[in-house]
Structures are given as C-alpha cells and as structure tokens.
Design a protein around this ligand. Structure first.
Ligand SMILES: N[C@@H](CCC(=O)N[C@@H](CS)C(=O)NCC(=O)O)C(=O)O
Length: 219
C-alpha cells in the first residue's frame, strides 16, 4: 500500500493547499507537524527534504515532493479524478492566473521569514509591517476581484472546484488574521463563503489539525 507523509503546519496557507488537495483526491496521509514558530523548517533534517526551508513537503513512497504547487500538480497527475482543473484550455489558463496571483503576488508578503526580517533586519515597527502587508495584499485583492468577476460562479472558475479555490481560500484566512478589510471584494467573499461550506475544506482547516493549539481549535 502507498504511503503519503505530509510535513506541514496547522496555520500555514501553503500547507492547507496540500491538505485539501489530498482530502479531495481521497488520499489518506500521515501528518508530520513542523512548528514554524520553533524554526523547525530550518533544521538540517527538514532542509534536506526542502532546501528552501518552506512547508509543505510531501513524501510519497520515499519520493520527496517539496512546494505546494509541485504537490498539487503531482497529485493531479497521479489521481486525475476528481479533477482539480477545468478541461478547457482557456479556463485552465485563467485558473493558473488566479493561482499565480495568490502564490507570487500575495503569499510571500505575509510569509513569516519576510515579515520577521522586516522587523529584525530592516527596523520596521509592527504598524509599518502591517502597512507593508496591506499594500501588497491590497493590490492582489483588487486584481483578484476583477478577474473573479469575469470567471467565477459558485467557485473561482464557474461552478467547478479547482486549484484556484485551493489557493484563494487560505489566503483570505491570512488576510482575516491581518485584519484586512474585505468589504470591497464581494466576489472574493462569495467564493470564500462557498469554500467554507465544503466538508474537505473544513477538514483541512487550520482549526482542526493535530498541531492546532487548544485556544485556536474549532469548538
Ligand atoms: N512556494 C512555497 C512557499 C512555502 C512557504 O514559504 N511556506 C511558508 C508557510 S505558509 C513557510 O514555510 N514559511 C516559513 C518561514 O517563513 O520561515 C510553497 O508553495 O510551498
């Protein structure tokens, strides 16, 4: 029998992407917590798996797959059904555009090592760090709202749940954590609400993982 081990952290948005994709594909996995607050992602042992020291990393029957995008596409190739991408080439391109906005133009600006460096190495205050986050995240949210007003139905691409939703939903949770005002983005909020009703999204939610601290656990 195949074995899947996921190195991840309850609150990480990139870890969420891998967890929900595994859930949606019906693949059981062993959960290996990597505590970002204890810098476990920078241990020599973990860096041997993932040289960027980022989570998640999936190990499938001894094969190491670091990086959430690589994991999602690996799972898609390994188990094409249920598909997490549209069949149509144009819609697939739009889906990738949404993933790319989140992955490259939003996620890094709130990433722990970046925000820590802003304070420790570049002397920013907490307030300045927050302004930095809101500035770049705001640019991404404005772009996403425009794109999604053209592409969305129930989910980012019509009514099919795709990788775009898997990228978007946890990024919005990060925005909520940073107190971003989401009222100007009704389409994003609609999709967030729809994903929030999905059982596999709820199973992968940060509040329901084995390393979720008691005070953040779903009641
Ligand atoms: N592009 C990578 C990014 C991985 C990444 O940076 N993940 C964050 C958690 S969401 C992390 O491990 N941060 C650790 C740190 O900043 O030290 C992916 O999608 O897997």
């Amino acid at each position: 029998m195949s074995s899947f081990v996921l190195y991840n952290y309850f609150r990480s948005s990139t870890s969420f992407r891998a967890r929900v994709a595994l859930n949606l594909k019906g693949i059981a996995f062993e959960y290996k917590p990597i505590n970002l607050l204890k810098d476990e992602q920078h241990s020599a042992e973990y860096r041997a798996l993932n040289p960027m020291g980022g989570i998640p990393t999936l190990v499938h029957d001894g094969k190491v797959i670091p990086d959430s995008s690589a994991i999602l596409w690996y799972l898609e190739d390994l188990k094409p059904e249920p598909a997490l991408q549209p069949k149509d080439a144009y819609l697939k391109a739009r889906m990738r555009q949404i993933c790319e906005i989140v992955n490259s133009s939003m996620h890094p600006y709130g990433n722990l090592k970046i925000t820590k460096a802003l304070i420790k190495d570049y002397g920013l205050s907490e307030e300045q760090k927050n302004q930095w986050f809101q500035r770049w995240i705001g640019e991404g949210l404005v772009a996403l709202e425009k794109v999604l007003s053209q592409t969305s139905g129930t989910y980012c691409i019509g009514d099919q749940l795709t990788m775009a939703d898997i990228y978007l939903y946890p990024q919005i949770i990060t925005c909520q954590r940073f107190n971003t005002d989401l009222t100007p983005y009704p389409t994003i909020r609609k999709i967030y609400d729809n994903c929030h009703k999905h059982p596999e999204f709820m199973k992968a939610h940060f509040s329901r993982q084995i390393d979720t601290p008691e005070e953040l656990r779903a009641k």
